[in-house]
Design a protein around this ligand. Sequence first.
Ligand SMILES: C[S@@+](CC[C@H](N)C(=O)[O-])C[C@H]1O[C@@H](n2cnc3c(N)ncnc32)[C@H](O)[C@@H]1O
Length: 297
Amino acid sequence: MKNNTPPVCDYTGSDYQTSFWNQADRAYEDAAEAMALKRLLPASGKLMLELGAGAGRNTPRYAGYERVVLVDYSRTQLEQAQAHLGTSGQYIYVAADIYKLPFVDGLFDGATMIRTLHHMADPPLALGQVRRVIQPGGTFILEYASKLNLKAIARYLLRMQKWNPFSLEPIEFAKLNFDFHPKAIREWLKQLGFKIERQLTVSHLRSPLFKRTLPLKLLVAMDAAFSLTGNLWQLTPSVFVRSNVHGEAPSQAPAGFFECPACGSAELQEKPGGLTCHGCGRQWSNTGGIYDFRLTV
Ligand SMILES: C[S@@+](CC[C@H](N)C(=O)[O-])C[C@H]1O[C@@H](n2cnc3c(N)ncnc32)[C@H](O)[C@@H]1O
């Protein structure tokens, strides 16, 4: 089937979790993100959507939610997530493209997107899909890579870097890897109907020198203190934003759960091995406990 959505940065077969997190010196970044999530997440919720969940590094941090839907384009990432999170009904694994989310409108009362927007060539299109599936009153926590960070500013002023960290357009520093200007992110969120509640800057001390010389606990404590200025300025490589969708939470859950990404019908019948769409007849597989709604595979 033809797909008219932007290209996907495909992690199929990637050992991202092992090589980037487990075997590399990133305990500080991981702990700083955990701290930001702890500060931003509501105490409890019903249904959380984790966008670009990868191998589920952050998923246990959403324990306040009754159920979590992990979405990732890469089936192999979801298999890794499933291997350590298990197959209880608490977690629902969905291979899908963020640009074509296979859920009915207003399904979720919470959503997160961590270290994933930086792969989006069309952020408003991706964020529009997220907005569509969050119910009024729901919470969205977005982490993005900021181009307006101190290192990029210094390099630009010293003429060691050509691109301008102060301009609003994204910078694609490697294929399908983008840094964004904080103001551009805020504008997109506002235009889509999100109300920005709080910003936290994260990874202030992301430098080999600090990581070598300071104990992890001190690094994380300092980061947690500095991050409280996040509403005032954002000069770190990573920024977290918590937004709320305007409106009152609905008294009833929406009818339906999945929506066909090919035709938009919400009439999907669960059968052994997957789902059948009544709108277009398309079959969407569920093998090994992972739903597959990708259009091009
Ligand atoms: C850098 S990893 C981050 C994983 C996880 N959020 C974390 O912080 O550990 C980015 C993830 O986004 C997923 N991804 C990228 N583009 C996507 C798209 N269009 N739709 C769904 N997932 C996508 C990749 O497969 C990958 O698992």
